[in-house]
Structure formats: C-alpha cells, structure tokens
Design a protein around this ligand. Structure first.
Ligand code: HSE
Length: 310
C-alpha cells in the first residue's frame, strides 16, 4: 500500500457519568486524512483544510506527533506525507484532536503494514491528546479507534472494553460556536469528591454499561446523570440548563456536556424522537445571540476506517 485515505470520527467523551472513562463515536461527523509514502524519510504535513490555526509543523500538530512516535517505534525506509481535512472545529468538545490523533495512528499503521493492535494505536493517539491539552486522555481516542461505545477500564495498564450499541440509540448534538479549551475545562474540576457523590457516579456507570448490554433504554436513561463534572463545568456553556431540560422534555433519554464542551449531547431512542429533540434544542438556542449548529447521528460502530487505499 502506497496511499490511503481515511475517515476519523468525531466522538462524545464522558457520556455524563463516565468522566475520562467512557466515550462513543459519531457516524456522520469527522475528519478525512490522506497518507502517502514518500522517498524522503520522516513526516511531512502538506495541507490542512476545514479549519484555521493548526500547524503544519509535525512536532506541533497532534497528527504529526503521533506519526513521529510511530516511526520512532517502527522505523521505515520511507517517509509519509499527510493531508488533513477537518470536518469539525477544534475546541468543540467533539474530540477534534482525538480524530486527528487516531486518524494518524490508523493511517500510518496501514502504510507500515499494520504492525500495531488497536490498543497500541490508542496509546499512540493518546500522545496526541497529551500534546493537545497536557493530559493523555483515552476516552475520545479509544472511541475513535475502536468505534461504538468504549469503557476505559484502566489507564495503568491501559485496558479498553468495547461495549455493545443498542440499535435505536441516536445522538443529537448542539455545537454553540464558542470555544472551550479542554485545559480550561479541566482546571475548573474538583480535585476531591465526597464518597456520597462517588457512590452515585460509579453506580450510574454500572447502570449505563448494563443498559447498553441489555438494550434497556430506561436503564440507560436513568444512568445518564453526572453529579461531579457537569455541575463544575456547566457555567462554561451558555444556556446549558435550558438546552438540557428542553431535550429531556422532548423525549431524550438524557443529555449532558460532550467531552469538555461546549457541545451539548442528547441521547435518544429512535429517529422520530431524535428529530423532535433536535427541533426543541434548535428552538431553544434560536432565542440566544450565539451561532450554533445542531445535528443528529447514529452511533458509529466501526471507528476510524479506510475510504480509499492503493
Ligand atoms: N474526558 C475529557 C474531559 C475529554 O472531559 O476533559 C476531553 O477531551
């Protein structure tokens, strides 16, 4: 293989109760990237479209950081030229850096002859997350690499559990056009939590995982509660409470902050409810002076994937 074009999905991390430990991939929003073997060794990023402000210098770009780390671990007698088309903005809370990082891990791995497992690709992609926000978080990148819902059961050693996706689950998301930097959204978090809140939180993670396995939409709905991170962060997102209550009133199973925000996600059962929820969220934000876009999506069960290879 000399050339590959790939799709790397957007992802929703945390999923309310699972801060840094749960995430899922989005079907119809993501980045496209190409990787071409070159005779000049090393990594070259020649084009970035769809957004502004990302560096072409591989040492300053999450995709470049990941690709360089992979070539260091697995030296090649060729170089790789990368292009990136961002399908959504950095700072949206939809795993923009994770899409670039996991896309790079997947694309480079394919050109190297696929020596690395999905777990190893996740570890490489986490280096991109560390470069982007200072912390090697796995929830977005694991969801992008594995697809579907994932549980980061352990960081040391890294242990990822791929969870089932009930057929009728749908995502509705609103992206208010403001930027919230992950680092800033992490700086507002409590460093200690009460045992009472911890009990609520881990019980809900258990409930959500169980609901995904048993197709139990009521259990999923009851478990989409976050008593630790959402209360500390929601003031960073204008009109969060209004959107959340509108989504739930319109029939969503639950709603919360997507990753570190500002995107707000709602999970729904079926397309009809998802459309009602999208309309309700749209109407709520139309009363504000902030630009936004609303979209609905199925859950992406494949993760990062090949579009063209030659
Ligand atoms: N779990 C992370 C957070 C995701 O909420 O800070 C951000 O990329």
């Amino acid at each position: 293989m000399n050339f590959i074009k790939i799709f790397a999905p957007a992802t929703v991390a945390n999923v309310s109760c699972g801060f840094d430990s749960m995430g899922f991939a989005v079907e119809n929003v993501g980045d496209e990237m190409t990787f071409r073997k070159t005779s000049q060794k090393g990594i070259e990023i020649t084009e970035i479209s769809g957004t502004k402000g990302l560096s072409l210098d591989p040492t300053q770009n999450v995709a470049g950081v990941v690709a360089l780390a992979m070539l260091e671990k697995h030296p090649a007698d060729f170089g790789i030229e990368i292009t990136m088309h961002k399908g959504f903005s950095p700072g949206s809370g939809l795993g923009s850096s994770a899409a670039s990082a996991s896309g790079a891990a997947y694309g480079v791995n394919q050109l190297l002859g696929a020596p690395f497992s999905n777990l190893e690709l996740t570890k490489f992609a986490m280096l991109g997350e560390k470069a982007a926000c200072g912390t090697a978080i796995a929830d977005n990148v694991a969801a992008a690499v594995f697809g579907g819902f994932v549980l980061i059961r352990s960081y040391q050693p890294l242990d990822i559990v791929k969870l089932p996706v009930p057929d009728q689950l749908r995502l509705v998301a609103i992206h208010p056009q403001i930027e919230v930097k992950t680092k800033d959204a992490r700086d507002v978090l409590p460093t200690e939590v009460s045992l009472k809140k911890a009990v609520t939180q881990w019980a809900n993670v258990g409930g959500l995982v169980s609901g995904l396995y048993s197709n139990n939409y009521d259990l999923i709905s009851n478990s989409l509660t976050d008593v630790i991170v959402e209360p500390a962060r929601k003031h960073l997102i204008p009109h969060f409470d209004l959107v959340k209550s509108a989504a739930i009133k319109a029939g969503a199973l639950g709603a919360g902050i997507s990753g570190s925000g500002p995107t707000i996600f709602a999970i729904c059962k079926g397309d009809v409810v998802a459309q009602k929820v999208a309309n309700a969220i749209d109407a709520t934000y139309s009363n504000t002076n902030i630009d936004f876009n609303v979209f609905t999506s199925k859950i992406n069960t494949e993760g990062v994937k090949t579009l063209i290879a030659s």
